[in-house]
Design a protein around this ligand. Structure first.
Ligand code: B12
Ligand code: SF4
Length: 559
């Protein structure tokens, strides 16, 4: 008998990767009225949808709530088909940004209802039969996009440290929000559709920060669209975060040209990598920025990025290709300008035409041709042909593999500056070379390919690449270049170096002397000690006295 037991609800989502978590489901979970028995099932988009469907169905739910985003939409559709195949009468309710502005195809797919906007209140009211506000079903058509009162959310148990999350707390990001909404109106972005900003109270946020102290959390990512909207408050939060255990690092999104001097100084003076900042540039073309509603102060923006680079702040910067009025030549300029500022990472994104955004609504005016399935990637525009978009895509991948991976970032910066190369064109060459490699390829093949690609443009590229190659190799690697046999003089020198080093380091397993010429001018050697110790680069002066020693850790970069 139904009325005898509580209603069972399974909230489910497919994340992009295991390291991500779905905060929306956790908010729904903590806001559930007492008469619901709620559980969460999370998978990743690569999972077999049949398997996820089984995990959901074995809980024998009365209702299933699915969280839909651009990054899981196609996979979630598949999951819904399986669920309905196995359990045709199961009421499935979908919510999330991807369905909020495009609910009807989901009704056609067979879901019982679509929740538009923030679900914490309206979802439960709907299940309780109290209200159909912000609900779309076959019969109901609400145009209201739900917004919750954040102060009401503060009355629930916080969604961040739930018992079932404790086990893998240290292995996944902790997503946290101090605000919702965005004051800006960028025409390609969903957040531009929200009216006004709402903030959690300072007390509430600081209590959460305190709770971090005793948690296993390693990485906190703030979901705030602009962490520095309120500069004073942001600085206060940043200082509180700095004082938390050093094992925790933080990621925040900033509007670069609006950073206060105090905040700039703050980020400059933190331990490297403790705070990762994300700064959206999108384009340096004024006409483009104005058309999409971004009124950036470009000289201030450049100034901030440059200062962060000089201080080695881990800053992630974004460009979007395909915006109105941006042709390949101007995009190259935007890219080369950003590259010259030497940020830690440059993400070259291709425009995605999101449901509900101004750019999608005006797609015809801009001649936009884009994929009909998520993530609705732009293929061509009035200003960029399909093949030019593919060039950008290739450059984006090459930047990921060579620059953002930090494998060759400093070397590329050096070459491009010293030889006055066109950064975009060089990455295009690298992209072509990398694409021609067999998959999967080894580090050795990768370096050999890079060498071949740059040799025509960069003298002495080999010496720089050797440096990166050894730096990146925790175990002694095979040469990626054709080695000349050592001359007698070189052999003799190598012996001398080994003797010098032997007295200082016990157990040298591999010793690589790298020479610029016959006489080992600018001598340095790579030393791989025995038993898992860190490898080192050691420099000598002409009298074979040690000049410097750098120990390397295995390079690490998160997902
Ligand atoms: C984390 C994140 C990611 C992560 C994935 C996280 C994961 N779980 O796997 C990563 C980094 C992979 C990612 C990637 C991308 N993302 Co993203 N991402 C986010 C981000 C920052 C946080 C989402 C979040 O958790 N918010 C907090 C929760 C509480 O808010 P919410 O999501 O709005 O949820 C509320 C409602 O939507 C609703 N709701 C949600 N689920 C459900 C379920 C039910 C049953 C109900 C009733 C209600 C409901 O209630 C919730 C509570 O109020 C948002 C921006 C943001 N700050 O929200 C962008 C955002 C979701 N991403 C966006 C975009 C465009 C992308 C990219 C395309 C970016 C790019 N240009 O490459 C890529 C995807 C690329 C691809 N190939 O598919 C867009 C959304 C587009 C869309 N239609 O979904 C957003 C909104 C950013 C924006 N402002 O434009 N993203
Ligand atoms: S791109 Fe950033 S600043 Fe612009 S509307 Fe979206 S979240 Fe706000």
């Amino acid at each position: 008998m139904m009325g005898m037991r509580t209603t069972r609800v399974v909230l489910a989502a497919l994340n992009a990767k295991y390291i991500h978590k779905n905060l929306a489901l956790r908010w729904l979970y903590v806001s559930a009225p007492a008469d619901f028995d709620v559980s969460i099932v999370e998978g990743v988009i690569r999972d077999d949808p049949m398997h996820t469907a089984d995990r959901i169905l074995e809980k024998q739910p009365d209702f299933v709530g699915l969280s839909v985003y651009i990054f899981n939409a196609e996979e979630t559709k598949r999951l819904i088909r399986y669920l309905l195949e196995k359990s045709p009468d199961l009421p499935i309710i979908v919510g999330g940004p991807e369905v909020t502005y495009d609910p009807y195809p989901w009704i056609q797919l067979g879901v019982a209802a679509v929740v538009r906007g923030e679900g914490e209140v309206v979802f439960w009211e709907y299940l309780q039969g109290k209200s159909t506000q912000s609900i779309v079903t076959k019969e109901i058509h609400s145009n209201v996009i739900a917004r919750v009162d954040l102060q009401k959310l503060e009355t629930f148990e916080p969604p961040y440290f739930l018992p079932f999350d404790q086990e893998d707390m240290g292995k996944r990001y902790l997503y946290m929000e101090t605000s919702r909404g965005c004051p800006y109106k960028c025409a390609y972005c969903l957040s531009s559709l929200e009216q006004g900003m709402r903030f959690f109270s300072v007390n509430y946020i600081e209590t959460l920060f305190n709770a971090l102290k005793t948690s296993d959390v390693k990485q906190v990512k703030f979901l705030d669209r602009t962490f520095n909207v309120n500069p004073k408050q942001a600085l206060g939060f940043a200082r509180k975060l700095r004082d938390l255990p050093r094992s925790i690092s933080f990621h925040v999104e900033l509007v670069g040209d609006l950073l206060s001097e105090e905040l700039i100084e703050f980020f400059i003076h933190q331990d490297k990598g403790r705070f990762r900042v994300e700064i959206g540039v999108q384009s340096f073309k004024r006409e483009t920025l104005l058309e999409v509603g971004r009124f950036s102060n470009l000289s201030q923006l450049k100034n901030v990025i440059r200062r962060f680079s000089e201080a080695d702040v881990h800053q992630h910067t974004d460009l979007i290709s395909g915006l109105p009025f941006e042709d390949l030549a101007s995009f190259k300029d935007s890219f080369n300008t950003l590259f010259s500022l030497n940020p830690f990472e440059i993400q070259v994104g291709i425009l995605k035409l999101l449901h509900g955004t101004r750019l999608r609504e005006h797609a015809d005016d801009y001649g936009y041709k884009y994929d009909s399935h998520s993530p609705y990637t732009l293929r061509s525009s009035n200003w960029m042909s399909a093949s030019e978009m593919m060039t950008v895509e290739r450059v984006a991948q090459a930047v990921e593999k060579t620059y953002n991976s930090q494998k060759l970032r400093k070397t590329l910066q050096k070459w491009i500056t010293n030889y006055e190369l066109n950064a975009f064109d060089l990455f295009d060459d690298l992209g072509k070379t990398i694409n021609s490699l067999p998959r999967p390829y080894s580090q050795k093949e990768f370096f050999a390919a890079i060498l071949a690609a740059v040799l025509p443009k960069v003298n002495n590229a080999l010496v720089d690449l050797i440096d990166d190659y050894y730096r990146l190799s925790p175990i002694y690697p095979q040469p990626f270049w054709a080695e000349e046999p050592m001359t007698e003089a070189q052999k003799q020198l190598r012996k001398t170096i080994r003797t010098t080093l032997d007295s200082r380091y016990r157990g040298i397993k591999h010793l690589k002397v790298v020479s610029r010429n016959d006489t080992f001018e600018g001598n340095f050697v790579w030393v791989y000690p025995e038993g898992g110790q860190k490898h080192m680069k050691i420099a000598f002066n002409d009298n074979f006295e040690l000049e410097s020693e750098i120990r390397y850790e295995t390079p690490h970069r998160d997902a």
